[in-house]
Every structure is written in C-alpha cells, then in structure tokens.
Write a protein that binds this ligand. Structure first.
Ligand code: GLY
Length: 343
C-alpha cells in the first residue's frame, strides 16, 4: 500500500514537472535562425483557401503561428457543407459523427484528440490538451469530458444532409473505405456517383511559418465516411497526419489514414527534408513507398502529402491526381493541383 502511494506521489510529481516543462517549452517555439520574415500558410484541398485567409489575418497582424493555424482550420470545422471535417462531417457506419484533430509547433509541442463526439472544434480541444495537460492525446469519452470541463458546448454534428447521405449508404451498407479519389465520385456526365460525391475530400491539414519564422501545423477531420465505430485515422496521430519540427520542416497528409499511419507518413516526409531534400521530392518519396507496398491495389488508394521546409519552400505529391492544395503568402493566394503517381 505504502509503495503504491509512494509510486502515485512520485508519478504525480513526475507528471507535474512534465507539465511545467511542456509549458515553458511551448513558450520557447524559437524562430528559425536567419529567417527573413516571409510568412506563409499552406493547406490541403481547395477549401484550404478560405481557411488560409482566416489564418492569414492572425499572422498578418503579427499573431502567433498556433493561433493562426487553429483559427484557419476552424473555418472548415464550422462549415456544415464540408462533409469531411467538423460540423456536417459524414458519420461512421452507425450514424455517429466522430472527429479527430491535432496541433503541433516547431518545438515538438503538440496536442491531439480522437474519436471525439458532439464538439464542433476538436482542434481547439487538441490545443488545450497541449497547453493544459501533461499529456498529448485524449480520446473518446475522456476527450469529451475534458472539452466540457473547459467550457466547450455539446452540439449535434449530424446535419440533415449528412444524415441523408448516410441513409443512402445504408441501403447497400457496402463497407469500402475508398477515400477522395475524385474521379470515382462522379459519373461521366458529372452527376454524383457515390454518396458524398462532390464533397468526398477528406481532412484539412494546414502548415505555417509566421513572421518571426516560427512553424506550426494543424490537422482536423471527421475521417473516412461510414467507418467502423471507434476507427481513428492518421489525422490526430502525431507523425502520421501531421509533423512539425522547426529545425527540419512540416508535413501533413490527406487520404486513406491507414496507409499514412503505417508509414508514419508526415514524420517520414519531415525526416527527408531534414536531409536537405526539397518538399515536393520528400512527399513523392513517401508516396512511392506506399505505392510500392500496395502494388496490386494502388489504383484504388489515395494518399497525398503536403510539406513546407524551413525556408518557406513547399510542395505536394499524391497517389492519384486531383489532390489540390492552397497557398497564401504576401506574394500569392492560389490553389494548386499536386503532382501525382498516376497521371
Ligand atoms: N485522412 C483522414 C482519415 O483517414 O481519417
């Protein structure tokens, strides 16, 4: 009994010191040496454009990089028409909307939530996990309790449109988590082919450098439509859906999370950039690994990576075409189509 109590006291002290270390480390997200004030924000998909614009307001006003990426990705989280992120996200196969998100800065401070229900802004909960707890990741009921204890309100995230699409899917209930292969979601005449059709993108991942050269990133999703209950994808997994290291660069992903988790995809991209490899090539090399191990079914998979190095250079590469990404800096505001393995 004594030993157990002693252990608990020691553990509590250990956790407390971890907590305080995290806080002081968070405050020290150091600027990149020699960085020449060139803020830039990049994010997955064309819907990243409006998210970037919101993040840009923060950065342009001299704000903090994590405030910027959080504000940015909250835009699609709150958009009921976006069926792959936050409110209005397509539910799991039981009709429940479950959300995953994470946030990270260039000093490896990070927070994450997964399998979170009834909260519109999982990214803000992830930020609080980073800042207010000695932990990195909270999931499910525990994440919800933490959110409610911190003033978040419970909301129904299943919109009538998402519920309708789910009921349509239930007619066949074919469990095939094909994800954002744009061409497969349209008939030749352009009309919708699969439930989700024009909206079946997934995940916003956003990467940024602020005016002082600090790096940060955020990633948030409702995950694969009609997934098994309890399924968590890559997006809230540090190193899979997002990785940021102020000494090497930042990367995020979109697509079938299982393949990204297997390869620790975003971490792999960042490690390649650490060796001096440019963002586009780094993304391509990790996509190649995924294609190689899935040789027989690569045609049916989509994974895309987006990367930003410490100089503010960016690039993206995907398995399938039609993976787009949005860029905002003082010099440009554009949506690009990423290069892809299959043309
Ligand atoms: N990339 C999002 C997911 O697989 O959940």
């Amino acid at each position: 009994m004594f030993l157990r109590r002693k252990f608990l006291q020691t553990s509590a002290a250990g956790l407390a010191s971890l907590f305080f270390n995290k806080k002081s480390f968070a405050a020290a997200n150091t600027a990149l040496p020699g960085y020449k004030s060139h803020p830039i924000i990049i994010s997955t998909w064309d819907f990243g454009k409006v998210a970037n614009a919101e993040a840009w307001k923060v950065i342009n006003a001299g704000g903090n990089v994590l405030d910027a990426v959080e504000a940015g990705v909250k835009v699609p989280e709150a958009d009921p028409k976006n069926h792959t992120v936050g409110l209005g996200g397509f539910p799991d196969r039981d009709g429940k909307v479950t959300l995953d998100a994470c946030i990270m800065d260039g000093n490896l401070n990070c927070g994450s939530v997964a399998f979170l229900e009834n909260i519109v802004h999982p990214i803000s909960v992830a930020r609080l996990v980073m800042e207010k707890t000695p932990h990195i990741m909270l999931v499910g009921e525990g994440a919800l309790q933490f959110a409610l204890a911190n003033g978040f309100k419970k909301e129904n995230l299943l919109t009538p449109a998402s519920e309708k699409a789910w009921k349509e899917w239930l007619k066949t209930a074919k469990y095939e988590p094909v994800i954002n292969i744009e061409n497969q979601h349209y008939k030749k005449d352009g009309s919708q082919q699969l439930p989700g059709g024009p909206f079946n993108h997934d995940t916003i991942g956003m990467l940024a450098i602020d005016a002082s050269g600090k790096m940060g990133g955020a990633c948030t999703t409702s995950g694969a439509a009609w997934k098994m209950r309890g399924r968590v994808g890559d997006s809230p997994i540090i190193g899979a859906g997002l990785y940021v290291d102020g000494e090497a660069g930042a990367a995020t992903s979109s697509g079938l999370g299982e393949e990204v988790i297997r390869t620790c995809g975003s971490h792999a991209v960042v490690e390649l950039m650490r060796q001096g490899i440019k963002p586009l090539t780094a993304c391509k090399k990790v996509v190649e690994r995924i294609v190689k191990r899935n040789a027989a079914k690569a045609q049916t998979l989509q994974v895309g990576f987006l990367a930003l190095n410490t100089k503010g250079e960016y690039g993206a590469f995907a398995i399938q075409k039609d993976f787009t990404y949005s860029v905002k800096s003082a010099a440009e505001e554009k949506v690009y189509e990423a290069e892809s393995w299959f043309k």
